[in-house]
Design a protein around this ligand. Structure first.
Ligand code: 5AD
Ligand code: SF4
Length: 535
C-alpha cells in the first residue's frame, strides 16, 4: 500500500467501539488512519501499545461504560501503554476525562477526527521526548484486524455481525502530504503524563473522509453522507457532540459507492444522524455540477452497477419527503425498509421534545410508506418517561404502535444529558415509572411483532447470507426488509457468505424468521406487494 508509513517500532493499537452505526463506521476510518500512520491493530488490550475507546454518550449508561473500561485497564499504564478516548464522550467531557481517568493521554472528539493523524504524531513525539513509550516484549504476536466490537443497549440492530476479517478499501482522495497538527493541544506534565486534546472543531465544514477505510465486512459497508445534526431535539446530546450538519458532495459519495462495488461490495448503507436533511454542497471549483436531493442520491447509489442493496439510516420525519418512497418504488435495489424514529405518539410530548412534527404529520408519512408498491418494513425509536409525560401521553404512544404496526421498535428510558434543553424541564418521571412504561411498551410491541411475523410463513424472501451458526446448524440471512431470517439447507450445497439466496419462510418469532433454502437461485425471485412469488 503506497502512502503507508513504515512501521518503525511495530506500533500496535486496540480499538473498542461503543454506540451507533455512525461510531462503528467512524472506527473503520480511525483504523484506516492509524494503519496509514504505521500502526497495526491487535485483538486484545494486552497486546496493544495504544488502547482506544470510541465512545457513545447518547444515554448515561453508554457513557459510563467507557469509564468502567478505563478503570479496568488502568493497571496496564505501568507497562507503558497509552490510552485514548475518542468519539462523543470525548467531545462532551473534554479535558474532564483527564481528571476522571488521569492515565488517559489522548482525547479526540468526534468532530475533530480530521486532526487525529496529527494528534497521533504529537503523541509519539512527546512520548519519544519523554522516553515515555517502552516497548512491551513480544508486541507483534497474534495480530488481527477484526477487533472492532459493538456494544450497546438495543440501538444497534446489526451488532455482532462484523465477525469477518477487516477489509481495506482505498478511497481515492487527494493526499495532503504529512498529517497536519491543527486545533489540538499538547501538554506534558511534570509527572511525564502526556495529554493531547482535539475538541474544538464542532463548527467545521469538513466531513471525516480518509484515504483508507478499514471496513470490517467485505460484502456490505457504510458510507457517511452527512455528519452532525442541526435539529436540537430537547433530549439529545448529538448536536453538542457531533457539531453542525455538513453533507458530502454527491460526487464523492457516488465515487466511494463505485469503488466499493469494484471491490466486490454488494450492499451499501448510507449513514447520517439525519440522512434526509442531506444537502448536496457545491461541487468542485470551476465546474458546474448538478446537486442531488437525498432521494436522487439514494436512487443514484442504487443504480451503481454491482450494488444489489442500499439502506439508509436515520431519517427525521420532518424532512422525510414522498420522493424517498417514490425512489424506493422505482429502484429495485433500494431496500424495503425505512427507520423513522417517532419518539412519542403524543403531539404534546413531541412539542416538548422539539421534534418539529405532530402525530398527524408523522402518520401522513406512514401513509405514504404504506401506499408504496412494495411492502416497506417500518421501524422506529421511542423514548418513554420524557419529563412531563402523563399516563395519557404514554397511552397515545401505545396506540401509535397499534396504528402503525411497526416491524421493530427500539425503546429507551429518557436519560438526562448534559447541555440539552430538557434538563431544565420540570416533572421528571421517577425511574421506576420509566422502567414500568418501558416494560409495557416492549411487551406490547413483542405481541404485535409475533402476529406480524407469522404472516411471513409460506412466503419466499431473498436474503443476503451473513454467517453460519454452528451451534444451531443454521445459516443467518437478512432480508431486504432488514429481518433476520435463519435458515437450513437441505442439499449438500453450502451457501457462501455474502451471496443472495431465496428462502421459504417456515416459522416465525417476534424478532426473527426461520426457513429453508429454496433449490432455485435467488435471481428467479420477484418481489410483489405483501409477498414474494416465483417468476
Ligand atoms: N434518552 C433516551 N433516549 C435517547 N435517544 C436519544 N437521546 C436520548 C436520551 N437522552 C434515543 C432516541 C434516538 C435514539 C438513537 O436514541 O430515541 O432516536
Ligand atoms: Fe438527536 Fe434529534 Fe438530531 Fe436525531 S434529530 S440526532 S434525536 S437532535
Amino acid at each position: 500500500m503506497s502512502g503507508v508509513l513504515p512501521s518503525r517500532r511495530h506500533k500496535t493499537f486496540y480499538l473498542e467501539t461503543f454506540g451507533c452505526q455512525m461510531n462503528v463506521h467512524d472506527s473503520e476510518k480511525v483504523v484506516g488512519t492509524l494503519i496509514q500512520q504505521g500502526y497495526r491493530q491487535v485483538e486484545t488490550v494486552e497486546q496493544a501499545d495504544l488502547i482506544l475507546y470510541n465512545t457513545c454518550s447518547i444515554r448515561d449508561k453508554a457513557e459510563q461504560k467507557v469509564f468502567h473500561r478505563l478503570a479496568d485497564y488502568k493497571k496496564l499504564q505501568s507497562q507503558g501503554k497509552k490510552f485514548g478516548v475518542l468519539g462523543c464522550v470525548a467531545q462532551q467531557e473534554g479535558v474532564r476525562i483527564f481528571e476522571r481517568a488521569p492515565h488517559v493521554s489522548l482525547v479526540c472528539g468526534s468532530a475533530s477526527y480530521n486532526n487525529l493523524a496529527g494528534m497521533l504524531v504529537q503523541l509519539e513525539r512527546a512520548g519519544e521526548a519523554a522516553h515515555e513509550i517502552p516497548r512491551p516484549a513480544g508486541e507483534s504476536a497474534g495480530l488481527r484486524n477484526d477487533a472492532v466490537v459493538v456494544e450497546d443497549e438495543a440501538d444497534d440492530e446489526s451488532a455482532g455481525l462484523w465477525a469477518d476479517a477487516t477489509h481495506f478499501s482505498r478511497t481515492k482522495r487527494a493526499r495532503n502530504g504529512a498529517p497536519t497538527i491543527r486545533d489540538s493541544q499538547l501538554e506534558t506534565r511534570d509527572s511525564g503524563l502526556i495529554r493531547i486534546t482535539g475538541l474544538d472543531d464542532r463548527q467545521t465544514d469538513k466531513c471525516f473522509e480518509t484515504e483508507f477505510t478499514a471496513r470490517t465486512n467485505p460484502h456490505r459497508g457504510y458510507i457517511t453522507i452527512i455528519e452532525g445534526c442541526d435539529k436540537f431535539c430537547a433530549y439529545c446530546v448529538v448536536p453538542f457532540t457531533r457539531g453542525k450538519e455538513r453533507s458530502r458532495t454527491s460526487q464523492s459519495v457516488l465515487a466511494e459507492a463505485r469503488q466499493m462495488a469494484d471491490l466486490g461490495y454488494t450492499e451499501i448503507q448510507l449513514l447520517g444522524q439525519n440522512v434526509n436533511s442531506y444537502k448536496d454542497p457545491a461541487g468542485g471549483a470551476g465546474k458546474s455540477r448538478s446537486r442531488k436531493s437525498f432521494a436522487e442520491l439514494l436512487a443514484a447509489v442504487g443504480e451503481v452497477p454491482g450494488i444489489q442493496r442500499v439502506r439508509f439510516t436515520t431519517s427525521h420525519p420532518r424532512d422525510f419527503g414522498r420522493d424517498i418512497v417514490d425512489a424506493i418504488d422505482a429502484v429495485p435495489t433500494l431496500c424495503d425498509h425505512v427507520h423513522l424514529p417517532v419518539q412519542s405518539g403524543s403531539t404534546r410530548m413531541l412539542d416538548a421534545m422539539q421534534r418539529l412534527y405532530t402525530r398527524e404529520q408523522y402518520m401522513e408519512r406512514i401513509a405514504w410508506l404504506k401506499a408504496a408498491k412494495r411492502d416497506i418494513a417500518i421501524t422506529t425509536d421511542v423514548i418513554v418517561g420524557f419529563p412531563g409525560e402523563t399516563e395519557c401521553d404514554f397511552q397515545q404512544t401505545l396506540s401509535l404502535l397499534d396504528e402503525v404496526g411497526y416491524d421493530g421498535v427500539f425503546s429507551f428510558k429518557y436519560s438526562p444529558r448534559p447541555n440539552t434543553p430538557a434538563l431544565k424541564l420540570e416533572d421528571a418521571i421517577p425511574e421506576e415509572e420509566k422502567a414500568q412504561r418501558l416494560e409495557v411498551l416492549m411487551a406490547k410491541q413483542r405481541e404485535l411483532q409475533t402476529i406480524k411475523n407469522r404472516n411471513y410463513i409460506g412466503t419466499i424472501s431473498e436474503v443476503m447470507v451473513e454467517a453460519y451458526n454452528d451451534s444451531r446448524d443454521q445459516w443467518i440471512g437478512r432480508t431486504s426488509q432488514n429481518k433476520t431470517l435463519n435458515f437450513t439447507v437441505a442439499s449438500a450445497t453450502r451457501p457462501r457468505v455474502g451471496t443472495y439466496t431465496a428462502i421459504l419462510v417456515t416459522g416465525s418469532f417476534p424478532n426473527s424468521l426461520i426457513g429453508e433454502m429454496m433449490p432455485a437461485p435467488a435471481s428467479n425471485v420477484m418481489t410483489t406487494k405483501t409477498e414474494l412469488t416465483w417468476k
